[in-house]
Ligand binder design. Sequence first.
Ligand code: GMT
Length: 375
Amino acid sequence: MKIGIVCYPTFGGSGVVATELGKALAARGHQVHFVTYNQPARLDFFSENLFYHEVSVSNYPLFDYPPYELALASRLVDVVRFEKLDVLHVHYAIPHASAAFMAQQILLTYGINIPFITTLHGTDITLVGQDRTFKPVVTFSINKSDGVTAVSAHLRDDTYKYFKIEKDIKVITNFIDLTRFSLKPKDHFKKAIAPNGERILVHTSNFRKVKRTEDVVKIFAEVVKKIPAKLLMVGDGGERSLCEKLSRDLGIAENVRFLGKQDAIEEILSVADLFLMPSVSESFGLAALEAMACKVPVISSNAGGLPELNVEGVTGFLRDVGDVAGMAERAIYILEDDARLEQFKENALAHAKTFELSNILPQYENYYQEVIDKS
Ligand code: GMT
């Protein structure tokens, strides 16, 4: 198949899922064309089946807001016509689904009928999508999609709850490439971070409010009262400086390291004993799955799709959003006993394996074929 993928070229979340999916499809012999405004973060190697088409937006003085959606739609028309694509797969509804719809309508005037699939990732539904400004467009473009997928059952249910959707939404969960995300021998790094054998806790995110990163620091502050430990904060974003200040105010700064954005997340996760994800909302929690694949148990909130990923008492524990004391108490429970910690680590890996890329990829391939056959 010749597949066009539209996504945000970001370090985390939907951008990573779209890029990893495209790379895997290319490895299976499909021709994959990425259409976005920057080279996707993980599209870092050459493959004869992978193509990247940049969307550039002219910035005329007239435009206070350069019209990205129009530039994207025009680029899609071009790429579909000249590369003869079979299907478009857009990740994150806003504004990708409406741009794909516009491109589809324009292409009909050239006698080309291309179907498009929209994958909902979370904030496009739960936060941004519910904004009154976007809601009519999001509803319309989901209903006009030839196929719709959601990354968890919870996100599918939320989409039905908050929008008037007439389409079937298929759940295809996120996935993990276990050849990349697995325990790496990084003992020297572990020794440098935790020279006295301290437990290592990790949080990775874009440090947006939705991640409740201050709760991460507060949970850690409780843990370190009972157990010698270090906290690695990976990523960057608006809340980072608040967390830095909080860790200084709580007197734990020397045990907390802010590493900024990192490419080789799997190497950092390889030294970790516990992953913290206290988010207020999380459609799936890909960062937690990456941790589990590296044998790291998870303490998370029970928001959104997290209960579909983190199994209470097996791969970790889930507590209500904001229950810092409860999360800290469960973290200590896991970390205080070597044998117990090892069992949780084994369980985390075993459960991560059920999300292996090779299990999920055929679901997308079959869905593409189904949508193409119907169009
Ligand atoms: O979590 C973010 O802020 C990024 C966001 C995105 O769209 O890139 O992530 C969403 O999509 C990920 C991939 O499907 C999910 O694993 C995240 O749970 C989801 N984030 C939220 O729902 C807050």
